[in-house]
Design a protein around this ligand. Structure first.
Ligand SMILES: Nc1ncnc2c1ncn2[C@@H]1O[C@H](COP(=O)(O)OP(=O)(O)OP(=O)(O)O)[C@@H](O)[C@H]1O
Length: 317
């Protein structure tokens, strides 16, 4: 078989990725064994609550920080090599802008750095800010600056675009224009991975949703599948102790109304034909806490899969 010679490597391949930061209160495990594969041309939303490890993961993909363990491959190669070749660009939440030059000058300067001759205008147009070309960057609103970062990212014509909460600060029209540009790029074969808190945005614009909680992937699939994972018949609950979790799982499985019990870290996800009965059982006859009945939407899935009780010592687990 020669398929491994002819099949192109995925755009992104993360295996067993871990990142620990030193801190005064002890090490913080920001990313905890994260596995993710993104095919070329996919638009993938990475969703997760604050502190889930999204930015830490993007930083490792961009080669801005080294994994504590695990591997990152971008188009089958080391991130540093792929970035040096100009195949990856990012729109990050902050930084990267000079306030005293104009929007047009910023994009022209970026183009010069990439060795691209010609007018910056097409990039400004694609990012929907051609009318702002003469405005000083420092005078632009937060949303306009985000669109400028997007124009800068487009200059390199990257194969992979990483976006960290890209539409923060953009108004409704700005968001629409931004996503129209992204979808057009994706249709032309570009791979897009974006981190967001905006469930609606993920639902509308991504082909696939990856839910991250406490540094791990807790759900991954087409948006519709992730939603149905936690449809009206799914109850989520937390059981901290592993022994008790096994006991509660066994007792749940013995109930007639329970179809399946999945485990995601300390959380149990119970698929059932009677969510009221299961919720009552969990609350009154077991040690489970944080019991949630998920709604039939992405928000329900998000809550059921990522809700965690604060730990008593504030540690991140
Ligand atoms: N340099 C650092 N030193 C210590 N802890 C850090 C550092 N950077 C991130 N963390 C911690 O790592 C965890 C993951 O943070 P990260 O910024 O990756 O999450 P996130 O999912 O991007 O969050 P948000 O949605 O709030 O942007 C958090 O608990 C955070 O406080």
């Amino acid at each position: 078989m020669t398929s491994n010679l002819t099949t192109p490597a995925p755009a992104l391949l993360l295996r067993g990725l871990r990142k620990e930061y030193a801190s005064a209160g002890g090490p913080v495990r920001a990313v905890d064994g994260l596995d993710l594969e993104v095919a070329r041309g996919e638009v993938v939303a990475v969703l997760g609550p604050n502190g889930a490890g999204k930015t830490s993961t993007i930083d490792m993909v961009l080669g801005l920080s080294a994994p504590t363990s695990g591997t990152v491959q971008v188009f089958g190669a080391d991130p540093a090599d792929v970035i040096a070749a100009g195949r990856v660009a990012a729109v990050l939440q902050t930084g990267g802008l000079l306030r005293d030059i104009t929007v047009g000058e910023t994009v022209a300067l970026t183009a010069a750095l990439f060795g691209r001759a010609g007018s910056p205008r097409p990039y400004l147009e694609r990012a929907g800010i051609a009318d702002l070309a003469g405005r000083r960057v420092g005078a632009c609103s937060g949303g306009q600056q985000q669109r400028l970062r997007f124009a800068m990212a487009l200059v390199g014509e990257p194969d992979l675009l990483l976006l960290d909460e890209p539409t923060t600060g953009m108004d409704v029209a700005g968001r629409r224009a931004f996503w129209a540009a992204i979808r057009a790029d994706a249709a032309a074969g570009r791979t897009v991975v974006f981190a967001t808190h905006d469930l609606q945005e993920a639902d509308t614009y991504a082909d696939r949703v990856v839910l991250v909680s406490q540094g791990r992937v807790v759900a991954d699939g087409p948006t519709a599948d992730v939603k149905s994972l936690a449809s009206g018949r799914t109850v989520g609950a937390r059981v901290d102790d592993a022994g008790e979790r096994a006991d509660v799982t066994a007792r749940l499985r013995a109930l007639d109304v329970v179809d399946a019990v999945d485990q995601r870290g300390a959380r149990l996800l119970v698929r059932t034909s009677d969510s009221d009965l299961v919720a009552r059982f969990l609350l009154t006859q077991t040690v489970a806490s944080d019991v949630e009945v998920a709604g039939d939407n992405l928000e329900g899935a998000f809550v059921a899969l990522t809700t965690t009780a604060p730990t008593t010592d504030g540690a991140h687990r």
